[in-house]
Design a protein around this ligand. Structure first.
Ligand SMILES: Nc1ncnc2c1ncn2[C@@H]1O[C@H](COP(=O)(O)OP(=O)(O)OP(=O)(O)O)[C@@H](O)[C@H]1O
Length: 247
């Protein structure tokens, strides 16, 4: 199996100021990769770069899967809950790539939607406006939509933050199911115990990569202290350096 995504001396940032710097590496197809690091380490920025929401300031990201095969779940705070849509229709949006915006939804699609809603334990919530859902119910709804997207590469930004243990267990099981189906999952996570149990590979980021490899070798106290130190020492106003130049 090949790589789904490759980073080549990648710099991502905002207004010419780097937020992720000098990242090199490959994510093999079928990986279950956690991205960890302190607040402000550049984790969300990296996911945005992979999702194509943010263009590199320098270096590049070589994507080996078409954009329509990538599913991206942003942080809960970035999801607009005031949008007037109910659970059923939000989940059904997962089929858009297949059925098209104005394509009809047939019996088979309705079965898929109902199945996805049941798989996340939300039967009976179909007609609920998303603005009335609890945080955990909203996250289950978004996971049901991901189920229908049928993507090869799934990007999750802090998918389990502020969820109770039962919801985390249910959604983690879905992540493992996706991975078992051969899909690649990259998730930004703060719960290092959860990472140690469920994610075989970890990228530890502190604007620059601190370590990337087997989780047990990456999440050591030495590396975690180094990540904290690097983030604290980072100058947010520093400009992007020229390609190949070490900052
Ligand atoms: N839209 C933006 N405009 C300007 N700067 C931004 C923007 N988004 C993020 N940043 C900055 O980029 C840096 C990295 O932020 P990012 O959100 O990627 O970190 P993170 O590792 O995901 O943090 P956290 O764990 O707190 O969510 C931070 O200094 C942040 O202030």
């Amino acid at each position: 199996m090949g790589n789904v995504i490759s980073f080549r001396d990648l710099t991502l940032g905002y207004d010419r100021h780097p937020a992720v710097h000098h990242l090199d590496g490959d994510v093999p197809e079928g990986a279950l990769l956690a991205v960890c690091g302190p607040n402000g380490a550049g984790k969300s920025t990296l996911l945005k770069g992979i999702a194509g929401v943010l263009s590199p300031l320098a270096g590049h990201i070589d994507g080996h899967v078409p954009a329509r095969e990538i599913a991206y779940l942003p942080q809960a705070a970035e999801v607009d809950r005031s949008f007037p849509i109910d659970v059923y229709d939000l989940v059904a949006m997962g089929l858009w790539r297949r059925s098209g915006l104005f394509g009809g939804i047939g019996r088979a699609d309705r079965d898929r939607i109902e199945h996805a809603i049941a798989a996340v334990g939300l039967e009976g919530f179909e007609a609920r406006p998303i603005g009335t859902l609890s945080g955990g119910q909203m996250q289950r709804t978004l996971f049901a939509r991901l189920l229908l997207q049928d993507a090869r590469l799934i990007l999750l930004d802090e998918p389990f933050t502020a969820l109770d243990a039962g919801t985390v267990a249910d959604l983690t099981a879905l992540v493992e199911r996706w991975n078992g189906e051969g899909r690649t999952v990259i998730a930004v996570l703060h719960d290092l115990e959860l990472v140690r149990v469920h994610f075989p590979q970890t990228l530890l980021l502190a604007r620059m990569p601190v370590a990337w490899g087997a989780t047990r070798e990456v999440l050591t106290s030495t590396n975690l202290n180094e990540a904290r130190r690097m983030c604290e020492a980072w100058d947010d106003r520093a400009p992007a350096c020229a390609p190949g130049e070490a900052a």
